[in-house]
Design a protein around this ligand. Structure first.
Ligand code: CP
Length: 314
């Protein structure tokens, strides 16, 4: 059984195949509109979400399938003490594929050990968010035309931001990428990512605190929200939450073809005045998220032997 718990559970070839399939779906949506006829996706969201849950559900509907699930732990039997393992065993009797978000790091991994159907990690604590990474890769590919030879600045809460951790791991497998990690010292990328990913692979990186000093070097700027829900102390959150606010002044020295990404939700780290700048890609990124999840579900269902309703040439 193939599951996607971490962005490195997919090989580079598999990721490239999913991105190619997503672009094919974008170009010819009709050809895929019944591909998952008779299939069911369960969305088990133990933690809040707008984009990830709704894009998964919309993706399965656009593939001709159906969805079931819950959007909060409060409306599931987790409130009665049911374990993630038992919930997964039960739901895998009802659905063909499961997308799970959980506040506890490792919960989707636990689910994958007992599930009879593919599990997709839709975000676990401050750990990983592989489908956001696929979304980010598709966005970079569509905006820049390549997934190699660029400098990316990741800015904001690099400690708790699971999208950042997954994206660094995924991009570390492509060629000639320089990482500039822009964060206050309290919110730097965890040490294991620096040592086990960047340093272990001899990948160039810098850690800086000022966005302005590196802006002119960047081809991609990945902004993130300070993750209020992961702080133990409200005072620390209040002190750090407005460290970076991207506005027109800060973009003065930026490249004319900079791609500005953000996994969203945004609080106030990108001023709304930037939204109409052609370099702001974050709402296009949202749309890419639906198509890449369509491609991922098709790929996983196929890999696990499901019969899909596709024309012979697809
Ligand atoms: N990017 C992302 O994971 O958004 P949601 O929390 O709304 O799903």
């Amino acid at each position: 059984m193939k599951h996607v718990i971490d962005s490195t559970d997919l090989t580079v070839e598999e990721i490239d195949g999913i991105l190619k399939l997503a672009q094919d779906i974008i170009d010819d949506k009709e050809a895929y509109s019944e591909a998952c006829k008779g299939k069911k996706l369960a969305t088990l969201f133990f933690e809040p979400s707008t984009r990830t849950r709704l894009s998964f559900e919309s993706a399965m509907m656009e593939l001709g399938g159906n969805v079931l699930g819950f959007s909060s732990a409060d409306s599931s039997s987790a409130t009665k003490g049911e374990s993630v393992g038992d919930t997964t065993r039960v739901v895998s009797c009802y659905a063909d594929i499961i997308a799970m978000r959980h506040p506890k790091e490792g919960a989707p991994m636990r689910a994958s050990m007992v599930s009879g159907v593919p599990i997709i990690n839709a975000g676990d604590g401050g750990h990983n968010h592989p489908t956001q990474t696929l979304t980010d890769l598709l966005t970079i590919l569509r905006e820049k035309g390549r997934l190699d030879n660029f400098t990316i600045g990741l800015c904001g809460d690099l400690k708790f931001g699971r999208t950042v951790h997954s994206l660094i791991k995924a991009l570390s497998r492509y060629k000639n990428i320089k990482f500039i990690l822009i964060a206050p010292k309290e919110l730097r990328v965890p040490e294991y990512i620096i040592s086990e990913v960047l340093e272990a692979k001899n990948i160039p990186y810098e850690e800086v605190e000022s966005m302005e000093e590196v802006m002119s070097e960047l081809d991609v700027l990945y902004m993130t929200r300070v993750q209020k829900e992961r702080f133990f102390n409200e005072a620390d959150y209040v002190r750090l939450k407005d460290t970076y606010i991207l506005d027109g002044k800060k973009l003065k020295n930026a490249k004319s073809d900079l791609a500005i990404l953000h996994p969203l939700p945004r609080v106030n780290e990108i001023s709304v005045e930037i939204d109409d700048d052609p370099r702001a890609c974050y709402f296009r990124q949202v749309m890419n998220g639906k198509f890449v999840r369509m491609a991922l579900m098709l790929t996983l269902l196929k890999a696990n032997g499901a019969k899909l309703n596709l024309s012979a040439d697809k």
